[in-house]
Each structure stands twice: as structure tokens, then as C-alpha cells.
Write a protein that binds this ligand. Structure first.
Ligand code: 3HM
Length: 381
């Protein structure tokens, strides 16, 4: 594709952003920038705009970010509030009190579709089949077909394996892999799982002879999200499609729903990993989302921290005319919260503390209670 994006930075011409990646972070940043007057184009390498088939929990911080970009009402209408968060270890069930930490559950495809609609409504140009491969600090996004797109700001929202980030040696990354990984699938909610005991999060663990876990999250009357965690060296338990035999052997009472998981399409397996990058920007190129701070899913905050940082970036850019100042202020504000979220999720993954059902301590929940600079009293109401 070719482009003639403007990059004047004057007050009369809108500032222009080129965004690599139409995931949660890229779409959220695009919506927030477009709503504050930027012209925005998003490049998605796939031929369709979608997310994979699983679910997601959205805590207060994520809901505030979604409130700021105007999509929270749809999340509330189309998602659900689970009744409780129960944990079962070796058959013993406990339900920790989570008062003060509200959360919503929704399928990832639904959240993604809501963000796509909001991006279109905000005037974002969404281009599919367009793969970004590199960026230059002068504000150039380079596509696989050789196009060079000039922008005031280039956002690399192309995920943990970000090609755009990897093209910039000054953005130094440290990667760490952990012992576990998770298969994530969305199953149709069958007749036998219509009872209200399934309107909850239920986290089933066994730790012997090795850790295996099935996390059920209700995502409404039609679907249940299943996160099936195992050590990555347990190869049969670390693959999609789900191997029903190996899972049912460890969770015999869940065999009927494991069968459904085995039939599910659109799921995926990911090893737990952390990806710390410093700094988050180089000239006019900035990393937002997993490209900057992939984290273990144990805290349920990976996508949410990306969406928060995206909304905060647009806010800071509206407060400071000078781009360098804005990016420095933004990274300074968001870095401590993000580092802490990565460290907490890594700790929870390493120690498997959620198995004991007391993982959601006030310290851990600081991420969920992060105060967004972009949120006004009206968003908080
Ligand atoms: C919401 C959530 N919580 C925990 C995990 C995990 O530990 O893999 C995944 C999730 O989606």
C-alpha cells in the first residue's frame, strides 16, 4: 500500500499516528488518540480483525481505561460479573473475599469486536493484511511491502514478539520464560453447566505429581472460558487441541467439560513469559502493550496494563505539545505500575500462589486499583 500521511505537527492539521497491530493495546491507543483529535491508521497483519477464542477478566483499572474511551457501557452490557472467585486444591474448595475489587468477564472476541466498532466510530482507518516490519525514530513505519509511512508518532502494538521493536536496537529487551504455560479455549456452555454454580470463576488445581490447573471463567450464558495450565515439559498437557485423556486423568469429575474443551476451535497455548523493555520509546517510535511489557497471565492483567498505558499515553500527549516531553512523562508515570505488575505476575507464576486461594492480596491488587490520570470524576462515577 502507499500513503501520504501528513506529519506537520501544526495546530491546524491533526497530528498523525501509524499503529502496528490491531490487538487490544493498538485499538485502545488508536481510539484514545482519535478521540483527542489525531488522525490514526492501524495496520493488522492478518486478513481479518479478530482476537483468539478465549476469555478475559477486566479489573477496575481496565474498566476505567475502557470508560475513558467510551466502551465500558458495552462491556457491562455484553460481559458478566462473576458471582465469586472460588479456588479448589485437591478437592477442597475455598472462596476468598474479593470485596473492593470489582471485575468483569467477557470473551476476547467480543471485547475485540467492541473495540473495532469504537475505532471505526472514532474515525480510525483500519487496514488488514498490512504487516509492519520496522520503524525509524524520525517517525517512519515500514511495511513488509516496502511502504514507508511518515507519522508524528509510530506505535508498536505488535505483541510480545514485536517486529517493530526488534528493528530498534536502542529498545533493549530482557525475556524470561517460566515453568508453566496455559492452553486457553472458549467452550459452548452446555446444559449441565447452566446452574448458578457455574456463574463464577472456579480455579481447580492439583500440584502432584506436577502442577495442572483448570481455570473456569464464566463469560455469560453461552460460553465458559477455560485456562488450562501445566508445566511446559508436560507436552501432552501443553497442546491445542486439548488432549482429553491427559486432562481427565487428573480431573476425572471434569471429564464432560474437558471433552468440550478438546472440541473447541480457536484456542491457543502460550508459555508464561515476561518481556521487559527499556526504554519504551526511540524518537517518534513508542511501544505500547505486550511489545513493551508482556507478562505472565497469573495476575489477569496482561492485556489490561496495555490498555491502561494506551489511554494514559493519549492523555499525556494531549497535555504536552512537545512529543519528547510527553513520552518521558508517560513512561515515568506508567513504568513503576507496569514493572510491579510484571514482577507480581512472575512471582505468582513462579510460586503458583493462586493454588492456595489467597493470591489476591491488597499488594497484588494495587495493579487493579491504579489511578488513571486520564480518568475524570465522571469516569469514576
Ligand atoms: C484471568 C486469568 N487469571 C489467571 C491466569 C493464569 O494464571 O494463567 C489466566 C487468566 O486468564
Amino acid at each position: 500500500m502507499s500513503s501520504t500521511a501528513s506529519a506537520t505537527g501544526s495546530t491546524s492539521t491533526p497530528r498523525h499516528a501509524e499503529v502496528a497491530g490491531a490487538g487490544f493495546a493498538g485499538l485502545t491507543a488508536a481510539i484514545a488518540l482519535a478521540r483527542s483529535g489525531w488522525s490514526v491508521r492501524v495496520h493488522e497483519q492478518n486478513d481479518t480483525l479478530r482476537d483468539f477464542g478465549a476469555g478475559i477478566l477486566l479489573w477496575r483499572n481496565a474498566m476505567l481505561a475502557l470508560e475513558v474511551i467510551g466502551v465500558a457501557p458495552r462491556i457491562k452490557a455484553e460481559g458478566v460479573v462473576p458471582d465469586a472467585y472460588a479456588t479448589s486444591l485437591n478437592g477442597e474448595m475455598f472462596t476468598p473475599e474479593l470485596a473492593g475489587y470489582p471485575y468483569w468477564a467477557i470473551t476476547r472476541p467480543r471485547l475485540h469486536a467492541i473495540l473495532v466498532d469504537a475505532a471505526r466510530d472514532a474515525g480510525v482507518d483500519l487496514v488488514t493484511g498490512s504487516k509492519a516490519v520496522a520503524a525509524e525514530p524520525s517517525g517512519v513505519l515500514v511495511l513488509e511491502d516496502g511502504s514507508r509511512l511518515q507519522a508524528d508518532l509510530v506505535l508498536a502494538c505488535d505483541g510480545a514478539g514485536s517486529a517493530v521493536r526488534n528493528s530498534r536496537p536502542e529498545l533493549v529487551q530482557e525475556r524470561k520464560k517460566y515453568q508453566d504455560g496455559v492452553c486457553r479455549v472458549l467452550v459452548r456452555r452446555p446444559e449441565e453447566f447452566q446452574g448458578e454454580e457455574w456463574d463464577r470463576v472456579i480455579d481447580y488445581w492439583t500440584l502432584e505429581p506436577d502442577a495442572m490447573r483448570i481455570l473456569f471463567i464464566t463469560t455469560g450464558p453461552d460460553t465458559i472460558y477455560m485456562g488450562m495450565m501445566a508445566t511446559t515439559d508436560n507436552e501432552r498437557a501443553s497442546q491445542i487441541p486439548i488432549d482429553p485423556e491427559v486432562w481427565s486423568a487428573r480431573f476425572p469429575h471434569l471429564a464432560p467439560v474437558i471433552e468440550l474443551a478438546a472440541e473447541a476451535t480457536g484456542g491457543r497455548h502460550d508459555p508464561y513469559q515476561t518481556n521487559r523493555v527499556e526504554p519504551w520509546s526511540a524518537g517518534r517510535v513508542v511501544l505500547v502493550g505486550d511489545s513493551a511489557h508482556a507478562m505472565c497471565p497469573a495476575l489477569g492483567q496482561g492485556a489490561s496494563v496495555g490498555m491502561v498505558n494506551a489511554v494514559e499515553l493519549a492523555h499525556v500527549l494531549s497535555e504536552h505539545d512537545d512529543l519528547g516531553t510527553a513520552l518521558a512523562v508517560w513512561e515515568d508515570r506508567q513504568r513503576a505500575m507496569t514493572d510491579a505488575a510484571q514482577a507480581r505476575s512472575a512471582y505468582m507464576a513462579e510460586t503458583r500462589t493462586l493454588a492456595r486461594g489467597n493470591g489476591f492480596t491488597p499488594e497484588v491488587m494495587e495493579t487493579a486499583n491504579f489511578e488513571l490520570a486520564a480518568a475524570t470524576p465522571e469516569h469514576l462515577a
